[in-house]
Design a protein around this ligand. Structure first.
Ligand code: ADP
Ligand code: MG
Length: 723
């Protein structure tokens, strides 16, 4: 109640600042807690190191004899740094990170114990998979789950209150090999994309081609709320967002938070997070305030997709853990506060290799530009063909609040290229490269005469879900709480498919005797003719676009998860994943089941919380308010003075309305007879959500009328502005 609110404010104002120690030199702490390649080189026999390095580069399974030696070196390193436990870390189909801890202990026949860590324990673990969602796979096969070290992601040390743990990034699969996690398909999608990219690069005339990988740099937005307030908000604690709350008098309308000075307490927190990130070899780079009050962002320098994804999971863990230490709660929810900008995670993505460099970077020569256009066109085709998949991989109950809400990209997938590139692709499509773009007047096979493409990221369009930003694409519709693996899997897989289509087209043209430039131009033209409808440079928030996208361009607008997820059951999506070897039909289906179930569950939890808080906190507060007021009115009335009763009338009416809406919601969540999961999701997205919103309208109106010292929940004003 109010006491806890005022107590919280007292505590915050009188808190002792956290001491994080003097700043460290980056060189002294960088990757100090990572069993990195350079550390392995130091402590492994030459031949073993060579073999391991090869495995890392090719992604193959580790030789068992090598594994024993690596494990022993890893254990010695970890124990010297205070570790007594090791954990296989894996990424189940939730957005969470899971761990199974084991001690480095082996009891001997004579009753003594030694610290031991055999190669087989490094390479394979067997967590109790039954507590992780599997979408029916494990019951079908009656299988256990296995974890296996992903050698492409280095082991590291995590320090918690319970001591130091050696963490080993792993894949999580059933014993029949089905993926039960997000890492396995990510690795497969990289392999598939690599193969297709190699094929195209070969066709483009390259001989020396290093493995192609995708890169990812994820910008993470988050809110910080003082823990005293958060702990008095059961909705924040249990669902990650406020289910009630009247907008504060001062919101973000002044825009003074963005890039404003970072409050000192927050800055200390950020430094602490960054220090931990550096120790773990995560290249934290930028930090700043975000648009909303209380909202911040952290972005690392980009890395290889697989490592970036593990590091992103770690970053979320570090943000949450460190916040606790600093007396904050870190909210990664996509929409913790209604009426205030939500949080996204911009996934910057590109593909490249050591020999050709960044393949989505326009080069200095026409030749490099051609290569760029081919890869860029392949991406465009992917987004056009598989837009609904891109929507599906960012679909969850929380991101639905954000997408299309005039603060975040719409739920329609389109590509923003910038005017220069859009114009160029248009001309390729129309077969009339303008004179400006030709140096020699040879228009028909214009690839030799491409203009120099400016490397400037150029005009930024913040309303696009997927924007080209100079040398990469930025997937801006991803939600702040989501694993980046899902989006990366979709992007890599779509690109693999498109590059194979490009390869087919080029082979046909070359087979007909066309020269390479002509073949490329024909291929680009064909892609543009079929897929340019997905290119859009205008205002993605506008109603005009919502209408045009669907009616004229034939693009899908999938506003809710209930609309988007069923796309995973479409034949063409199943074929995409099967053809590229990224997910089998069984694996894909299991994913659909898991995500749909999570969606339904999270809305049900919220609905129950709405009912609970309305009944046990809001209603009593309103009644107390009415009691107080009406007693005074009666006493004063006895003196012959008539007091204004309008507030009593308003609160009384709102309270009645509230309770009848709560009753409606309570009976709505009893419904259990659904024909299928799709129907159940639709019911949650439509009926349940709108009944919850109805309740909220009354609660927020009551908050505006009831005496502040009776109000039970910390207010938006308190949570957003008191630090
Ligand atoms: P902005 O806020 O303007 O989008 P930031 O600098 O905050 O820019 O974030 C850009 C992100 O894009 C960083 O994480 C950066 O490392 C990443 N990035 C840059 N180049 C690439 C690339 N080739 N592939 C993937 N990510 C990249
Ligand atoms: Mg960005």
């Amino acid at each position: 109640g109010y006491e806890s609110r005022s107590q919280a404010i007292y505590e915050i104002n009188n808190r002792e600042p956290i001491v994080v120690g003097p700043p460290c030199r980056l060189e002294d702490i960088w990757a100090a807690d990572v069993f990195s390649l350079s550390k392995m080189k130091q402590c492994l026999p030459k031949a073993v190191f060579k073999s391991l390095k090869k495995t890392i580069q090719t992604g193959e399974q580790l030789d068992v004899s090598v594994a024993d030696i690596v494990a022993s070196a890893m254990k010695d390193w970890a124990i010297a740094k205070g570790a007594s436990y090791y954990a296989h870390v894996f990424y189940p189909m939730t957005n969470a990170t899971a761990e199974k801890h084991d001690g480095f202990i082996s009891t001997q026949g004579d009753g003594s114990a030694i610290s031991e860590f055999a190669g087989k324990l490094l390479v394979q673990g067997e967590p109790d998979g039954s507590s992780f969602p599997n979408g029916g796979i494990r019951s079908t096969f009656e299988a256990r789950g296995y974890t296996a070290w992903d050698v492409t992601s280095p082991a590291y040390l995590m320090e918690t209150d319970n001591g130091v743990t050696l963490c080993i990034p792993t894949v999580f699969v059933s014993w029949t090999g089905e993926a039960l996690d997000k890492k396995t398909p990510l690795l497969r999608s990289i392999a598939s994309m690599n193969k297709a990219a190699n094929r195209v690069l070969k066709l483009l005339g390259h001989k020396d081609i290093a493995p192609v990988n995708s890169s990812c740099g994820a910008e993470q937005e988050y809110f910080l709320v003082d823990a005293h307030f958060a702990s008095a908000r059961p909705d924040l604690l249990l669902s990650g967002r406020t289910l009630f709350g009247k907008p504060p008098a001062k919101g973000q309308q002044f825009d003074d938070h963005y890039f404003g000075a970072i409050p000192e307490r927050v800055q200390v927190f950020m430094q602490d997070v960054e220090k931990k990130m550096y120790r773990l070899g995560i290249p934290a780079k930028t930090r700043h305030n975000e648009v909303a009050p209380g909202q911040f962002e952290i972005a690392p320098f980009f890395e290889a997709a697989n490592v970036a994804s593990d590091h992103q999971q770690l970053t979320m863990t570090l943000l949450r853990q460190t916040a606790k230490k600093h007396g904050f709660v870190c909210l990664l929810h996509e929409k913790p506060f209604a009426g205030i900008n939500g949080s996204g995670k911009h996934v910057n993505w590109s593909v490249g290799n050591a020999t050709q460099g960044n393949l989505l970077d326009p080069g200095d020569s026409p030749h490099e530009n051609v290569q760029f256009l081919v890869f860029c066109a392949a991406v465009i085709r992917g987004v056009h063909k598989y837009g609904p998949l891109m929507r599906a991989v960012i679909a969850n109950a929380s991101n639905d609040h954000r997408l299309g809400a005039n603060e975040a990209p719409p739920a329609i997938m389109s590509v923003y290229l910038g005017s220069q590139l859009e114009e160029l692709f248009n001309q390729i499509a129309n077969g009339n490269m303008s004179n400006d773009y030709s140096h020699s007047g040879k228009l028909e096979f214009g690839v030799d005469t491409l203009p120099p493409l400016s490397k400037d990221a150029g005009d930024r369009n913040r309303t696009s879900p997927f924007a080209f930003t100079g040398n990469r694409f930025e997937f801006r519709a991803v939600g702040s709480s989501q694993s980046v693996s899902g989006p990366l899997i979709a992007l890599n897989t779509m690109l693999a498919d498109s590059l194979n289509a490009v390869g087919d087209l080029l082979e046909v043209e070359l087979g007909k005797g066309a020269d390479l430039n002509a073949a490329i131009l024909t291929c680009l033209k064909e892609i543009m003719n079929k897929h340019s409808a997905v290119i859009f440079g205008g205002d993605g928030y506008s109603d005009k676009w919502h209408k045009m996208a669907v009616e004229e361009r034939g693009l899908a607008n999938l506003p809710t998860t209930a609309d988007a997820l069923p796309c995973l059951k479409e034949k063409y999506i199943e074929e995409l994943f099967e053809r590229t070897g990224v997910l089998s039909p069984v694996e894909l289906e299991s994913r659909y089941e898991v995500y749909a179930e999570q969606y339904i569950l999270s809305i049900e939890v919220e609905a129950k919380l709405v009912i609970d808080i309305a009944k046990t906190s809001i209603y009593p507060a309103a009644m107390r308010h009415l009691t107080d007021m009406s007693q005074t009115i009666a006493v004063v009335g006895d003196m012959g003075i008539e007091l204004d009763k309008s507030n009593i009338k308003t609160v009384a009416e709102l309270t009645n309305s509230l309770m009848s809406k709560v009753a409606k919601l309570a009976s709505a969540i009893e419904k259990k007879d659904f024909a299928n999961t799709e129907e159940h999701m639709k019911y949650c997205a439509g009926t349940i959500r709108s009944l919850m919103d109805d309740v909220r309208v009354d609660v927020d109106a009551i908050e505006a009328e009831v005496a502040d010292d009776l109000w039970p929940l910390p207010t938006y004003q308190e949570m957003l502005f008191i630090k």
